[in-house]
Design a binder for this molecule. Sequence first.
Ligand SMILES: [Zn+2]
Length: 453
Amino acid sequence: MHNITKRTIITFLLALVLIGGTCLFVVKLVKHGDEWASFQANSHLFNDGVLSSGRILDVNGDFLAQASGNYWTYNDDSEIRKACMHTVGVADGKIATGAITRFSARLTGYNLITGAKHVGKDGINIYLTIDEDICKIAYQALGSYNGAVCIYNYETGEILCNVSKPTYDPAYPPTITDGDPAYDGVYLNRGLSSSFTPGSTFKLVTLAAALNEIKDVGNRTWNCPGTMQIGDQTITCTGTHGDIDIKTALNVSCNCVFAQIAVELGWKKMEKYANQVGLTTSYDINGIHTRPSSFVFKSKDDGDLGWAGVGQGKDLVNPISMMVYMGAIANGGRAAIPQLISKTTLLGGLQNSVYIKKKTDKLIDKPTAELITDYMKSNVTNTYGQSRFPGLDIYAKTGTAEVGGNSVSNSWFVGFIKNQGHPLAFAVYAEGGGSGSGTAATIASRVLQAAVA
Ligand SMILES: [Zn+2]
């Protein structure tokens, strides 16, 4: 009797271990199954370390790339290949966020039920949300500048354009030596995986904080003497603006006023709003995690906080997160979370996935979003000139980010357009492009005009 009880207990414990182990396995399979399937040593799916099945198309079904044994073939047009390289990826996996690498499990047709196996001979078709023609125009518009052009539909989340430079032709990969300035950070997608000094585009965050936190803010004025001392720092402005209200301060992009506002708000509120508008969020774009922006508002020196409030100092902003904030302003406070996969189909054309739209948290209040929208429109009409944006109902802010030394400033242009068929938010960044109202605004105008055509 004693023995039977003992055996029962042992059997029961063994059963528990088995059930526990099975549960653990199932949880891990659900969580990591696609990673296991896309492990490069998996000879079932990889040929000489190269993913051996799948085809990648753009949103219109135009061909981007396809597996062909132990290599990949790409679009016929070398400019489309270079423009889409960071989004499509490369066969040797050097672009970690590229579709060939990041979506390899999907490309092979891996799923939880059937596991890792080729679906048919050629795997799965992935339709990305990007439009190869718009990406090509963005590539051309960037010209010789390194940088990023990010445009997406803030209602649906579809990323229309995600071009990063420098780039190279994936069909003819060059030999790149470490430190070669022509290929500075070439393996990184600058839109998704980098962050840069935002310059005055960041005033749109200080503005959101001020509109929410400073009483009677619309009826106040601040003084810009052109140059002023805050703490241990000299804040320099682009002009001597005198007594101006906050809307005019945004129109003329006054450093002195926005530095004073940041100090008045204090580091805690500045930090709160930088977080709240989503800049420090890492967005999950079909499993690709964007680099969060970073800031240092807390300092013994108010001058540091002043500079942080005008987008200088230690501020580093990720272009995609800025683009999403622009989408949230356009969309009344919440925007769609960006996505890169439009749909997937089996070889016969049968669709085997659905597009699920996801929304951000509330990044700003609706009344604040509406006020900022009005201010951003007045930037265009009062400062940049509507005639530079033919056919576009555009709302925007420039940024000219100083990078120290004798280097030419980096040029930013961020904002959105209102257009029934094309509700698009954007962030354009050109390294060494000089003023934002020059280089980046010109690039944005050209690409957006093509996008709504
Ligand atoms: Zn000023």
